[in-house]
Design a protein around this ligand. Structure first.
Ligand code: GCU
Length: 666
């Protein structure tokens, strides 16, 4: 019986590949048998094949036995790269490290779990190198067990201010390694209270153990750091990065920390934002803060991941020139090139905060001399709280493919974060994760597609959103073709459907303050003086052109001119950049107001349709999964209905313009 709580690793009996002779003899080369990652890879291959195909493979170590096809036999260069080749009677895996072997093992197991023809799949030698050097998950888990923006139970790392290590910890490492994650930050970026003590004796032993468990799956452990630790736990009265006393405290602290937690990869820092302390307090720059820490951790091979989410959350923007969207660029661009080589700037995908639609941050493509990492959010903070289905991989594909025009070629976000564009030493992608201690990890089973998908995409940005979704469904829910196609037809358009019934045309933020679920058209909590959308009886939108906040000119050309012009700006972002009359005609041929009405009615209808499709799977999939998602669809329908009603009636009353299709708006 398949264990559905294991998500895509719940191996079950398969029909295909049972007589594939090659699978009975797997030869591994490139890392010693005694390597702990190799040991985990071997166990995975043995149990996986035994459960799925009914036999345990014989696993041998040593040089490849399979014939090397000269044209395809590319040399393996990267430590996480692997090569799989097939002879009649053996499968051969070559790598340069345990991680490479582990990733190859999961590649093989995925092929079998998806019921693909094994011999055909590997008829050509397969050489795979991860697209991004760093592929990380950021937990926003607090030490009391709660999770900031967590929608699937409590933390499985902490309980009552203690670190918990149990079978689930190992299962988690295995689960995320199977999709290629190689770094994990286990505590909230908002490092408060007890979490400040993570870098003290109180937690060292547990953290060292945790670090080892993750290392066994090729994953490095990272911690979020409280920038003001010198004050919070050091008994000092300053956190000035240029103060000799502060620097010397950190030197001693880091020597202790890296000695006690040998597997530690480094730190993630949120400074000078939303109440967090930082170098600005001392009149210093973000580079001063990041470099001070980076210089100290360098001798331990540590890195400092410094977030660019630095803005004033109490900003008064009534003057129409002040703009939160500008903050990242304004704060970080002037120091491009000043950050030391073990600092990585982690940049949220958009300039605001994980709305369902935002332009790509202009820092990506702005910064040219700094290590960069993209930050996305699979915790569905603004995208439905893992109640509403919202498959985010299509959005991430769009972001990765965005042309920044930072150079002649190699100018997409994907090029930048892979390190290709500027030859960066460290780069990659991180997601604020969507996991918790719910039995199925992500609350809604379908939200598991975002966890799976983020890892798969980070590892191989060439995969399509559809390929990834299909793998997820086949491995996690069912291999039945009808079931697969029904679920794909739910997942693939779900992000655009969510966008249709929530905030229109890139405007964002119409959510209940604080909670960020449910509709509140005027709900923007970061502006005490007015609404985010700036709607009045004539029009709606934020003017970010040269006549407004000037934000559009943070982009390279031609993006700047495209965004600056209401005629050229893509419809889906037009209200992000422009304040327009309700009667403005979009590229679609509709007026702004008619677009608002139509998309909201459509979005709600589409949710009903998705729920109906799910209902049609009753009896064809596991009852537990069916019930779990059905219950959430019930709540999504209510949510979409409320959004549709509130948004349409709000703008009908504001504009006084009737729906041209004569539908009733209350
Ligand atoms: C959002 C979110 C916060 C979080 C912040 C961040 O503002 O609501 O909970 O702390 O992002 O990214 O740091």
């Amino acid at each position: 019986m398949k264990n559905y709580a294991d998500l895509w690793l719940g191996y079950s009996e398969k029909k295909n590949n049972r007589d594939c002779k090659a699978l009975r003899n797997i030869r591994l080369s490139g890392a010693p048998e005694s390597d702990k990652v190799v040991i985990n890879a071997v166990n995975e291959l043995k149990t996986g094949l035994k459960t799925m195909l009914g036999f345990e493979p014989e696993i041998t170590f040593g040089p490849s036995s399979a014939p090397v096809n000269a044209t395809n036999g590319k040399e393996i260069l990267d430590s996480e790269e692997y090569k799989i080749s097939l002879a009649d009677d053996a499968v051969s895996v070559e790598a340069k490290s345990g991680s490479g072997i582990l990733y190859a093992a999961f590649d093989i197991l995925r092929t079998i779990a998806c019921e693909k023809d094994f011999a055909k799949t590997y008829s050509e030698i397969r050489t795979v190198r991860p697209s991004n050097p760093l592929r990380m998950l950021n937990h926003w888990d607090n030490m009391d067990g709660s999770i900031e923006r967590g929608y699937s139970g409590e933390s499985f790392f902490y309980e009552n201010n203690e670190i918990v290590i149990n079978d689930r910890t190992r299962e988690y490492a295995r689960l995320i390694a199977s999709v290629g994650i190689n770094g994990v930050v286990i505590n909230n970026v908002n490092v408060k209270q007890a979490a400040s003590y993570m870098i003290t004796d109180r937690y060292f032993a547990k953290l060292a153990e945790l670090g080892e468990i993750f290392a066994g799956y090729g994953i490095r452990l990272f911690l979020s750091l409280n920038y003001a630790s010198t004050i919070e736990i050091g008994g000092m009265d300053s956190a000035d990065p240029l103060d000799e006393g502060v620097i010397s405290w950190w030197k001693d602290k880091m020597a202790e920390v890296f000695k006690k937690i040998p597997a530690l990869g480094g730190f993630l820092v949120k400074a000078d934002s939303e109440g967090r302390p930082g170098p600005f307090t001392y009149g210093r720059t973000q580079a001063d803060g990041a470099n001070m820490l980076a210089d100290i951790v360098k001798e331990y091979g540590g890195i400092i991941i410094w977030r660019c989410f630095v803005y004033n959350c109490r900003q008064d923007w009534r003057d129409r020139k002040t703009d939160r969207a500008r903050a990242g660029y304004d704060n970080f661009m002037p120091m491009d090139g000043d950050y030391h080589d073990n600092v990585i700037l982690q940049i949220k995908n958009g300039p605001m905060d994980f709305q369902i639609r935002e332009p790509v941050s202009p820092l990506l493509g702005g910064l040219r001399k700094t290590n960069q990492m993209l930050e996305v959010q699979i915790a569905q903070e603004y995208t439905g709280h893992q109640i509403d289905v919202c498959y985010l991989i299509p959005e991430f594909k769009e972001i990765l493919g965005f042309k920044t025009y930072c150079s002649e070629d190699n100018d997409t976000v994907e090029d930048i974060i892979s390190g290709r564009a500027f030859g960066s030493r460290y780069s990659g992608i991180a997601a604020v994760t969507n996991t918790g201690n719910d039995f199925n990890w992500t609350g809604n089973y379908l939200a598991g597609a975002n966890l799976f998908g983020f890892g798969r995409l980070a590892f191989d940005t060439g995969l399509s959103a559809e390929q990834i979704a299909e793998e997820f469904v086949r491995m996690t829910i069912s291999e039945d073709d009808r079931v697969v196609s029904v679920i794909l037809s739910i997942l693939l358009p779900s992000r655009e459907i969510y966008e249709r019934y929530t905030s229109p045309l890139g405007i964002g933020w119409m959510v209940n303050p604080g909670v960020h679920y449910g509709c509140s058209v005027d709900g923007y909590e970061y502006d005490r003086w007015g609404t985010y959308h700036r709607a009045d009886h004539l029009g709606i939108g934020v003017d970010r052109t040269d006549k407004g906040t000037g934000y559009a000119f943070q982009y390279n050309e031609p993006n700047a001119s495209i965004y600056n012009s209401p005629e050229k700006c893509p419809d889906e972002l037009v209200l992000f950049f422009h304040h327009l009359p309700y009667t403005h005609v979009l590229h679609s041929g509709k007026t702004v107001i008619q677009h608002i009405y139509d998309t909201h009615f459509e979005g709600y209808e589409e949710v009903l349709e998705m729920a109906g499709k799910w209902d049609s799977l009753k009896g064809e999939i596991d009852d537990g999964i069916f019930g779990n998602v059905k219950e959430r669809f019930g709540r999504q329908i209510d949510n979409a209905h409320e959004w549709c009603d509130q948004v349409n009636s709000y703008f009908f009353r504001k504009s006084g313009i009737a729906d041209e299709k004569g539908r009733q708006i209350w």
